[in-house]
Design a binder for this molecule. Structure first.
Ligand code: AFP
Length: 339
């Protein structure tokens, strides 16, 4: 076990330390992040039994206690909602799994609004590949009621964002707008310890993440951009390598640490993207920017998108700042129309 895990700073200690002296500090923000960590532990416990849960499902969807077996993404959703509801810090939530806004009863409501994807990359569950929970945190506008603009607002208004990645270990990464910090769950004591502080995305792009089978649907700029990216490799050296997991959270985490670009461009035929603005793109774009990277839909900064609906989708290109600037050059030259 590493020294960091044995004697390191815990998530709660870190959040409290950073909040000390904050002018509005009422303890709710620290409490909220701690409770998100708790939800992550509960989801981790279920994710680690994913194969077993699937087995129960195959025997008639009833477990040994006679309870209906739920899919893991439903379990993650219910867990996140219940923990945040009871936290006393949240007034409303938006989830990938819910059609409508989840309002917290006024007597339990707090200062924050949270949008989340409880289990991103769920098609990877059955094949034992990393998945994650992504969350965006906003301060509510009105103390007395939840208003539409508490939820449907641009990502630049986030006060915090993060993700919990369920991989070989469980890691929680969050930003408060000042730094991006990573905590690893030590399963032996059930505590998150600070393992990477003030993460900065490397400036050089060494990894490329894209589902290339979508090429028929790409806009005109995408293929020439990728050709240019790949042409950085020559007989002497491979400078860029393809890495695509199919869990946005895992692809993003790797690119954040190693330096890379992830693309899920807007479908040029329908004009629609696949990824959701509120709980996939916004939180990761916020983290990317604080870590020195950038995120665009091809034309606009992700954090400036004004969402019209809870489940709005967008194209996403997220990575190093230099790479996103290069994307803008290719968009200007080749356009966003069909190839
Ligand atoms: P699921 O949660 O349905 O697996 O979707 C995952 C995801 O939203 C994102 O995590 C992946 O990067 C992306 O979709 C993969 O989509 P494609 O299968 O269309 O490449």
């Amino acid at each position: 076990m590493s020294l960091a895990a044995e004697f390191g700073i815990t998530l709660t200690q870190h959040v409290l330390r950073k909040q000390t002296g904050h002018r509005d500090a009422r303890g709710q923000f620290s409490q909220l992040l701690t409770q998100i960590g708790v939800a992550g532990k509960l989801i981790t416990a279920q994710v680690r039994r994913a194969g077993l849960i699937e087995l129960w499902g195959a025997t008639g969807d009833v477990n040994v206690q006679g309870e209906t077996v739920q899919k893991l993404d439903r379990i993650a959703n219910d867990t996140f909602i219940e923990v945040l509801k009871r936290s006393g810090c949240v007034a409303a939530m938006a989830s990938e799994e819910e059609d409508e806004v989840i309002e917290v009863p006024p007597q339990m409501a707090g200062d924050y609004v949270v949008a989340f994807d409880p289990l991103d990359g769920s098609s990877n569950i059955d094949v034992n590949v990393s998945i994650g929970t992504i969350f965006a945190v906003y301060r509510r506008h009105d103390r007395n009621e939840v208003v539409k603009s508490d939820i449907l607002r641009p990502g630049r208004e986030q006060v915090a964002a993060g993700y919990i990645i369920y991989g070989p270990s469980t890691a929680l990464v969050y930003t408060d707008g000042k730094t991006v910090d990573c905590f690893t769950l030590d399963p032996s004591c059930g505590e998150y310890f600070l393992t990477r502080e003030n993460i900065q995305m490397p400036e050089k792009t060494v990894q490329l993440s894209i589902n290339e089978c979508n090429e028929p649907y790409w806009a005109a700029w995408v293929t020439p951009y990728l050709d240019a990216l790949k042409s950085r490799n020559d007989a002497e050296k491979r400078r860029v390598s393809a890495r695509h997991i199919g869990s946005l959270v895992a692809d993003f985490h790797r690119n954040l640490l190693k330096g890379g670009v992830y693309l899920y461009p807007t479908d040029a035929k329908t004009g629609r993207g696949k990824l959701r603005v509120l709980y996939e793109c916004n939180p990761l774009a916020f983290i990317a920017e604080v870590a020195g990277g950038a995120a665009t839909d091809g034309v606009h900064r992700i954090l400036d998108i004004e969402p019209q609906g809870l489940h709005d989708r967008t194209g996403l290109v997220i990575g190093t700042k230099a790479e996103i600037a290069r994307v803008a050059e290719f968009v200007a030259k080749y356009g966003t129309g069909r190839a």
